[in-house]
Write a protein that binds this ligand. Sequence first.
Ligand code: PBG
Length: 340
Amino acid sequence: MNSFNFKYPDHRPRRIRGNAVLREMLRETRFSAEQLMMPYFVRAGRNIKEPIASMPGQYRFSPDALLKELDTLASSGVRSILLFGLPETKDEKASASYSSKSVIVQAVKAIKKRFPEIAVTTDVCLCAYTNHGHCGLLSADGYIKNDASLGVLAKMALAHAEAGVDMLSPSDMMDGRIQAIRSQLDGKGFEELPLMSYSAKYSSSFYGPFRDAAHSAPAQSEGLKRPAPKDRKGYQMDFSNREEALREIALDIQEGTDIILIKPVLAYLDILREAKNTFCFPTAAYIVSGEYAMVKAAAQKGWVNEKESVLEILTSVFRAGADLVITYHAKEAAIWGGSK
Ligand code: PBG
């Protein structure tokens, strides 16, 4: 029964399914290369393309090597990238995160010069920059200092804005950071720079390979009175919670985000659909490192077909309501040609 109380007559769905052309005409979900965003890890150095063991096919690039990689990305049709930085130094204040000479600042400048048509987004979070690996600053007794972290995140955002980035993506999950970043940017003349915020970011085991790639796993830190937790459950969301996701998204929208992001995705398609239906807001979904690694590992063993399973997964994420998808398979998926 549909919403206008019309009872469908008995019919034979196979009449359409049996014809490949009709089947394709009536396909409800399609996506194209412009809706995909490709993440990259950037490290210092020259001519470095370092494989990441837990993410086959992914690398840590030095800025010059990344430019070469972007030549091949551009030919796949993907036009949007997300950069994560690996700093040379980590400390308790995450000082390298807001340096105007950071590897991310260098990479953004080089990319925008060579590929002005590529939309460059940068991650805004402290976990790769703190010596303890948490996404915010820690107090001496091992607690996250939420409000003190906001100023550091805002400075990091400003350094990236000044480098010429096209969008910023705060992934730290501190409360109030969208407002803090927005007011810092607006005060410095970056009113038009968009934010894509990780609004519903769940504490997930599927981030494992990323923490290996970005050297950002939370570790106990020396010199603290009380050891800090080795997980991010104090600020990332409990995967049992649905209403909390809606509240987090509402707050980010109120604070001025331009795109909401749900992450991970495969175990959270219900949240994605509900977020889209509830807020009618530009919505991104991130197929994270562990989700990528699972498909890669099974494909390498010959247990699933990589192309088929990637296209099926991606289509399901768009079907669930995503407007754009961040995926380590972006380049291949674009070449494989969408949801065929
Ligand atoms: C940083 C951050 C993480 C991811 C994106 N930004 C890791 C984490 O929160 O531990 C995960 C991305 C992925 O797994 O692909 N806070």
